[in-house]
Design a protein around this ligand. Structure first.
Ligand SMILES: Cc1cc2nc3c(=O)[nH]c(=O)nc-3n(C[C@H](O)[C@H](O)[C@H](O)COP(=O)(O)OP(=O)(O)OC[C@H]3O[C@@H](n4cnc5c(N)ncnc54)[C@H](O)[C@@H]3O)c2cc1C
Length: 322
């Protein structure tokens, strides 16, 4: 597919990690700001809805597709500037795949995002959801985000606004970019000089652990639900259920996967999707599933966890068109 050509009826299944979802009425890949402005301008004039797609690794798109324009962000800018004492400022386009970026920086002996190795998202999608692992979130290395609030966009007042780290409202899988219609275009990250072999060894250990604990052998969208804050549980449940509590970036949480597992649901399936036997927070597409199958399984899991633990699981994945 060429950049900047508007394609019609593009099957979004090919652009999601769970390999489900229907067609986009219009689809474009954009790698420069001028084309982004022109595209938004035209879509606004024509009254066409917009959805911004990154790596498609955290979305569930309706089988009927998206009745509008999907913009896949392809900004692959990379500029590394030494700052002081072995530190670097790294300007990165939102379209970079995290794993490719990590490998590129590793080759330059720069440590930055390697804790996130194995996550198949883009920089833009990862900043929006402040993606992370137990002791690291992308916010830990973000210094600036360049973002376009496209609902406020008009022909005469176009600007990509710069947000410093403390203006991004980062929290557990949260940022202010989730709360509005935003397009993250670029970011500045902080990197540190490090021996290439040491970073590679770290990456290998991380990936070995992921392959052991997560179902990479089947299409999926990562963790389906967010972990639940401990204070959401009633004290009776606290006492009777012997809850597993983890400390995640100073938050006391009960892992969603543990709650689902305690309901005896590992391996439970609806049509072509099932709850992974390796990790109960992953729903895997093992046999040409539809998004509706995942949607129905999500409802079922929520109901079972509520019945047993009295808490409402909140989705980590984004539902599109439901
Ligand atoms: C096997 C596997 C393992 C995973 N492990 C983890 C993990 O350990 N930790 C974790 O946090 N996540 C994990 N994930 C989930 C997912 O990869 C991350 O959430 C990732 O950051 C999503 O990025 P994306 O580019 O794929 O976003 P997409 O799925 O494309 O989009 C997600 C949301 O972000 C929006 N978005 C995308 N790009 C932009 C942009 N440039 N500007 C504004 N909005 C945008 C979309 O509109 C959508 O609402 C995993 C997923 C898989 C499949």
């Amino acid at each position: 597919m060429n950049n900047n050509i508007v394609y019609k009826n593009v099957n979004l299944k090919e652009f999601t990690s769970c390999k489900t979802g229907g067609p986009a009425k219009y689809f474009i890949q954009i790698d420069n700001v001028d084309d982004l402005i022109n595209t938004l301008d035209s879509a606004k004039k024509e009254g066409i809805n917009i959805f911004v797609l990154g790596g498609g690794s955290n979305v569930l798109i309706n089988d009927n597709g998206f009745e509008g324009l999907v913009i896949k962000i392809q900004n692959k800018k990379l500029k590394v500037v030494p700052t002081m004492d072995d530190y670097f400022e790294i300007a990165v386009g939102a379209g970079w795949n995290l794993n490719n970026l990590i490998m590129e920086l590793t080759q330059q002996s720069i440590s930055c995002l390697e804790d996130l190795y194995g996550i198949p998202g883009t920089v833009g999608g990862s900043i929006r959801g402040n993606c992370g692992v137990t002791n690291f979130e992308i916010k830990d290395v973000v210094s600036k985000v360049y973002n376009l609030d496209w609902l406020r966009f008009n022909d005469y007042n176009f600007e990509i606004k710069t947000y410093n780290q403390n203006e991004c409202g980062f929290g557990y899988r949260e940022s202010i970019f989730k709360r509005k219609a935003n397009i993250i275009w670029e970011t500045n990250l902080v990197g540190k000089k490090c021996n290439e072999t040491i970073i590679k060894e770290k990456i290998k250990n991380i990936m070995d652990k992921r392959l052991k604990n997560q179902p990479y052998e089947f299409p999926n969208s990562g963790s389906t639900f967010k972990n639940v804050n401990l204070n959401e549980f009633d004290s009776n449940i606290w006492n009777s259920e012997n809850l597993l509590v983890v400390d995640c970036e100073h938050r006391q949480q009960v892992p969603a996967g543990w709650l689902i597992d305690q309901c005896g649901l590992k391996g439970f399936s609806i049509n072509g999707v099932k709850i992974s036997e390796k990790h109960a927070n992953f729903i895997v597409n093992f046999d040409n599933a539809k998004s509706l199958d995942t949607f129905n399984l999500i409802s079922f899991i929520k109901q079972k966890v509520f019945e047993k633990f009295g808490v409402h699981l909140e989705l980590e994945i984004q539902l599109i068109g439901f």
